[in-house]
Design a protein. Structure first.
Length: 85
């Protein structure tokens, strides 16, 4: 099961609107970050993948979160199949 991106990403603003112009401005400004660590971190975080979520939150939990080592935590964090014991 994967996240439904339609619930995370809203529809784009109307072309020519103030919101559209602001989106274009932000898009152009963020291109300056391409190739930086901030760019890499943002790209990884945007994926919402189980691997990224596990890796990102492991230090905060103080343990390695994985399907094998912490199945319930992995399931809750990543929204994957329930572990079977």
């Amino acid at each position: 099961m994967y996240p439904d991106y339609r619930t995370v990403v809203v529809a784009p603003p109307a072309k020519g609107s103030a919101l559209f112009k602001n989106d274009v401005k932000i898009y152009k400004e963020t291109r300056k970050l391409k190739g930086t660590q901030a760019w890499t971190d943002a790209a990884a975080g945007a994926s919402l993948s189980a691997d990224y979520m596990s890796e990102f939150y492991s230090p905060a939990f103080g343990i390695e979160i994985s399907k094998e080592k912490t199945p319930w935590t992995y399931y809750k964090l990543c929204g994957r199949e329930k572990p079977r014991f």
